[in-house]
Every structure is written in structure tokens, then in C-alpha cells.
Design a protein. Structure first.
Length: 133
């Protein structure tokens, strides 16, 4: 997400730019010999995942994990964190309008797993992800 933390925030094109930046960064890590690269918060919808996979220069093994939680639980977690203004209800409502809750992704030739985090601790989620990888 920090790849698109810009001020002023302009939504048009931000997603494609973030993907372009992420691809460049991923390629740098691949060139440096890294075998496993984890990306967080970049993909918000099917269009993004399609664009991301299309733009990769190489065709690596991709495993996409979608962490889900009920909207009320997500909001409660953000308010509990209260890191800054981005954790406010107004910001949450703004983001919810831009990125509607996605029910499922179609990702050909890639692993895919949805994890409902609503009633799981952070450790439980991390353990489940470790089992997948």
C-alpha cells in the first residue's frame, strides 16, 4: 500500500501505477537472487490481479492469499489500531466505496486461498499461511 501513498491522492491510474512500481521492485529482488517474494496490500480486485500477472516479465509460481473479515470486524480493528487519520471511520468508508468487498478471484495457473480472519488471532492466520507456503 505504501507504493501508492501519495498526496494529494488521485484514484485514476493509481492502481496501474502501483502495479508497475511493484513489478519493477519484484524484478530487482529476482535479479538479486531472491526466490520467495511476498507482496501485501497491492491487489484489490480481479482487474488488478489480471494486470499484475500480465505485466510480470517472468512467469513465477504465484500463490495468492486473500485475507477476509467481516466489514464490522475490519472497522473495529482499524479503530482499535488508531495509528493515524487513515484508521478513522471516514477513511474506512471512503476506501470501502473504492474497493468493494471481493467475493472471489479467478487466478489461472496460480495457487489461491481465502482465509477468513474474522475469528482468528494473528498467530493462527500466520500459521495457516506458513502451512500453505
Amino acid at each position: 500500500d505504501s507504493l501508492v501513498a501519495v498526496n494529494p491522492f488521485m484514484f485514476d491510474g493509481a492502481s496501474a501505477l502501483a502495479i508497475k512500481n511493484a513489478i519493477s521492485l519484484i524484478n530487482n529482488f529476482i535479479e538479486a537472487g531472491y526466490k520467495n517474494i511476498i507482496i501485501s496490500g497491492l491487489i484489490k480486485n480481479q482487474k488488478d490481479i489480471d494486470l499484475f500477472l500480465e505485466k510480470l516479465d517472468i512467469k513465477p509460481k504465484v500463490f495468492f492469499i486473500w485475507l477476509r473479515a467481516d466489514k464490522k470486524i475490519r472497522m473495529a480493528r482499524k479503530q482499535e489500531r488508531a495509528r493515524d487519520g487513515a484508521d478513522s471511520k471516514e477513511h474506512f468508508d471512503f476506501i470501502e466505496k473504492i474497493y468493494p468487498d471481493v467475493e472471489h478471484f479467478e487466478i489461472p495457473n496460480a495457487g489461491y486461498k481465502e482465509i477468513d480472519t474474522s475469528s482468528k488471532s494473528i498467530k493462527e492466520v500466520v500459521d495457516e499461511i506458513k502451512e500453505l507456503l
